[in-house]
Ligand binder design. Structure first.
Ligand code: A3P
Length: 275
């Protein structure tokens, strides 16, 4: 007979599924997956692999905290459980709901140039439509209205108005509880942003440059285990898509449109970006 070997009690008692102590709340298409995957290289970080959508989807929220906890990985008490669901950021009632569960939770928001984020968001939707054989419109047709103005009816434009969404979070949580991660920097130099996150979560600095390698084929940093280039673990094909060419006039128009909104965002967070 096969003997069933159980781990010792001192392990099973400490190993439990725990509610997250940290949530990556958004912004979609800013590098939220890259941040979660890279962060989980840390021995004291445990990630929920799938987007949980507990706080934004009624059907899941109604299942209660026991269900939420069951979606989390097993962890030891000294480890930090992290989940990411980028829809949280833009959903009005989510900050209050999170606060009711854990008022001292650590929040992380990844942001990138709102125009780059917009192009990324458009590209994802376009590719999904193409895959289903549905008709697609060009980027220009999508983001500009008939009169040539920026089409604020297009949701990805509104998602890039960061200050409008963040306001609802800062009405509920103190600024110190929120770390802003630079998604453009995460692409160019992931170490820098990861080091900030380790400090924010009061973890030892355990992630270092040797964990990453710039993969020429992918065009992005990938995770390298040891020295073997064959072992590169890159994010899936849906991350790091080729963006469409956007003409200079349209880019200019979008940058002009977002500029005052970006200023409001900088003021709100007490931090500037070069957008
Ligand atoms: P693109 O696919 O438009 O380039 P999210 O995970 O929030 O959906 O963000 C997706 C974006 O993460 C990608 O958008 C890509 O630019 C960015 N990203 C950052 N670091 C990456 C990495 N190492 N590999 C792939 N994509 C990365």
């Amino acid at each position: 007979d096969d003997e069933i070997i159980l781990p010792p009690r001192w392990i099973t008692e400490r190993l439990q599924r725990r509610l997250p102590q940290c949530i990556i709340i958004g912004v979609r298409k800013s590098g939220t997956r890259a941040l979660l995957e890279f962060l989980s290289l840390h021995p004291n970080i445990k990630k929920a692999s799938d987007e949980v959508h507990f706080f934004d989807e009624e059907q899941k929220y109604s299942r209660g905290l026991q269900w939420y906890r069951s979606q989390m990985p097993y962890s030891f008490p000294e480890q930090v459980t992290v989940e990411k669901s980028p829809a949280y950021f833009i959903t009005r009632y989510v900050p209050q709901r999170i606060k009711a569960v854990n008022s001292s939770i650590a929040l992380i928001l990844v942001v990138r140039n709102p125009v780059t984020r917009l192009i990324s968001d458009y590209t994802q939707t376009r590719d999904n439509r193409l895959k289903k054989g549905k008709p697609v419109r060009t980027f220009e047709e999508t983001v500009l209205a008939k009169d040539g103005d920026v089409n604020i009816g297009y949701k990805p434009i509104r998602v890039s108005l960061y200050h409008r969404h963040l306001r609802h979070w800062l009405n509920v949580f103190p600024r110190e509880q929120l770390l802003i991660v630079d998604g453009d920097m995460l692409v160019e130099n992931p170490m820098k942003e990861l080091s900030n996150v380790e400090s924010f979560l009061r973890l030892d600095h355990r992630i270092n440059g040797s964990h990453f390698h710039f993969n020429q084929t992918k065009g992005f940093y990938c995770i390298r285990d040891g020295l073997n280039p064959q072992s590169d673990r890159c994010l899936s094909k849906t991350k790091g898509r080729a963006h469409p060419f956007v003409n200079e006039d349209v880019l200019q128009k979008l940058n002009d449109f977002f500029r005052p909104h970006n200023e409001l965002f900088y003021e709100m967070i007490g931090q500037r970006f070069d957008w």
